[in-house]
Design a protein around this ligand. Structure first.
Ligand SMILES: NC(=O)N[C@H]1NC(=O)NC1=O
Ligand SMILES: [Zn+2]
Ligand SMILES: [Zn+2]
Length: 508
């Protein structure tokens, strides 16, 4: 009997135990049905319009375990897909998921402004599969290893899409190499700084010297510095405004208070320090990215001049945002502070020039700069443009906005994929995102460009404060049908997956 136990039962037990361990280890943390509205880990999605780097194809994308394992054109797939798990999206467009490199989710610390849960639900409903969160407007600001860990901790189990994090470059850490290195070692995808007051007390502005120091550290990690490029030249325009002077309700007053020369001066200084990023320079490997360009004249000329140097010039890129492409100063009503942002929305001609620069490739990419606050800070009763919170709420709408307002310029699906996926992925160092190609993460936005909708109170918006967005009341075309993040169907026909299974993205 003893022998039987030793030679028969024991090995069986060992086998049983090891298969149990294997079983436990291969089970995902949450079951696939909680993370995804599609209960398969191996399936095909098909459509007549799939946006790939080689062009728009009629075909199928095969997904297995969250990755794209094949992309095929239609003739081949028709017969071969019979009997397999196929979701056919017909004539809807399948694009790489949007990557928004500039969003303020405000958590921890100001979750009443937005938060990881509402913000990433809005992202998923808008076809945005990856967000990179800004280091300010949350509390504390993300300026150290410890505060980055607090961000990641706060994001756990709340994010419906993947979320990366920019760290902050502030005077307090700019000369503290080990603090900056700690932040970057902990996984910040790069750094962000302001050349003017940020509106947030614990996120002070940097000057060129701080930026230079930051670039030396970033060079070692080959990561970018994102810069809010405006400098305060003079604020005379605001002076002399008495408390009872109603001109603070006029958008023109606000516009005059932040002229294009603020952007121009900042970009001039910034490009001077960015020279260190040249091949052979002291900050070779670092990169300077100018966020939310509004001035399409002198500031853009400076950027174009620098870019003309090609690979011999500084390593730079620039983004603009949908609000600069959709709106114009002339159209903003008195007191409507939903439109307040910095730099400001400029005139109709400027908007036209921004579109042309984007189409000509002088502007590299788009981002939302989704920067909401609580409605009270928008001062709707007073309509005070000078004191209201500056920040546009738009995250869930960026795809239809780009499409709707881009119609006039004949914008194509491939251009949208370049501006919203391919180039942002590169900036954020995401090698396996940003395009529908073999081996990439299965991140998709599926949408119907021809479907129009009214952004009214019946339209389900997931932003924490839907009413502060200046897009409310607009008619848009391009409805998001479904969003996939690493193979999980996280949003489909108006519903989210039950569990938030997005991943925090940390640089290695
Ligand atoms: N702090 C903050 O989010 N500021 C942003 N808002 C805005 O309109 N421009 C910004 O830089
Ligand atoms: Zn900014
Ligand atoms: Zn911002």
């Amino acid at each position: 009997m003893g022998d039987v136990l030793r030679w028969r039962v024991l090995p069986m037990l060992v086998l049983l135990a090891s298969s149990l361990v294997l079983y436990v280890r291969i089970l995902p943390k949450k079951s696939i049905s909680e993370c995804s509205l599609l209960p398969y880990d191996h399936y095909w999605i098909t459509s007549k319009r799939i946006v790939t780097p080689q062009g728009v194809i009629n075909g199928a994308v095969e997904v297995r375990d969250g990755k794209i394992v094949s992309v095929v054109e239609s003739d081949y797939q028709k017969g071969s897909l019979l009997g397999r798990k196929v979701v056919d999206y017909g004539n809807a467009v399948i694009m790489p998921g949007l990557i928004d490199v500039h969003a303020h989710l405000d958590e921890p610390g100001r979750v009443e402004w937005e938060g990881f849960s509402s913000g990433t639900k809005a992202a998923a409903a808008g076809g945005v599969t990856t967000l990179v969160d800004m280091p300010l407007n949350s509390f504390p600001s993300t300026v150290s290893e410890e505060t980055l860990r607090m961000k990641v901790e706060a994001a756990q189990k709340k994010i419906y899409v993947d979320v990366g994090f920019w760290g902050g470059l502030v005077p307090h850490n700019a000369f503290n190499t080990s603090m900056l290195e700690g932040l970057l070692h902990a996984g910040a995808l790069g750094l962000k700084s302001f050349m003017c007051p940020s509106g947030i007390n614990d996120f002070p502005m940097t000057n060129s010297t701080h930026i230079k120091e930051g670039l030396y550290v970033l060079a070692k990690f080959k990561r970018p510095l994102l810069v809010h490029a405006e400098v305060v030249l003079d604020s005379k325009n605001n002076e002399g405004l008495l408390d009872d002077d109603p001109s603070y309700r006029s958008y023109a007053t606000y516009l005059k208070s932040r002229p294009p020369s603020w952007e121009e001066a900042a970009i001039k200084d910034l490009l001077a320090v960015a020279q260190d990023t040249k091949t052979g320079g002291q900050a070779e490997g670092a990169h300077v990215h100018i966020v939310h360009l509004s001035d399409a004249k002198a500031s853009l000329d400076l950027i174009e001049d620098e870019k003309r140097n090609g690979p011999n010039g500084a390593s730079i890129s620039v983004e603009t945002c949908p609000h600069y492409l959709a709106f114009a100063a002339e159209e903003i009503a008195d007191g409507d502070t939903r439109f307040k942002c910095a730099p400001p929305i400029r005139d109709v001609t400027n908007r036209q020039n921004l579109w042309e620069a984007l189409i000509d490739g002088h502007i590299d990419m788009l981002s939302s700069d989704h920067s909401p606050s609580i409605p009270e800070l928008k001062l709707f009763d007073e309509g005070d443009f000078l004191r209201a919170w500056g920040g546009i709420s738009s995250l869930q709408y960026v795809l239809p906005i780009t499409w709707t307002y881009g119609q006039k310029y004949g914008v194509s699906f491939s251009q949208i994929a370049t501006w919203w996926s391919e180039r942002p992925a590169k900036l954020a160092g995401q090698k396996y995102k940003g395009a529908i190609i073999l081996g990439n993460d299965a991140d998709f936005a599926v949408w119907e460009p021809e479907v129009e909708f009214e952004l009214d109170e019946n339209y389900k918006t997931y932003h924490k404060h839907p009413n502060i967005s200046p897009y409310i009341g607009r008619r848009l075309s391009g409805k998001v049908l479904a969003t996939f993040v690493r193979g999980n169907l996280v949003f489909s026909e108006g519903s989210h997956a039950p569990a938030a299974c997005g991943s925090p993205i940390l640089a290695k």
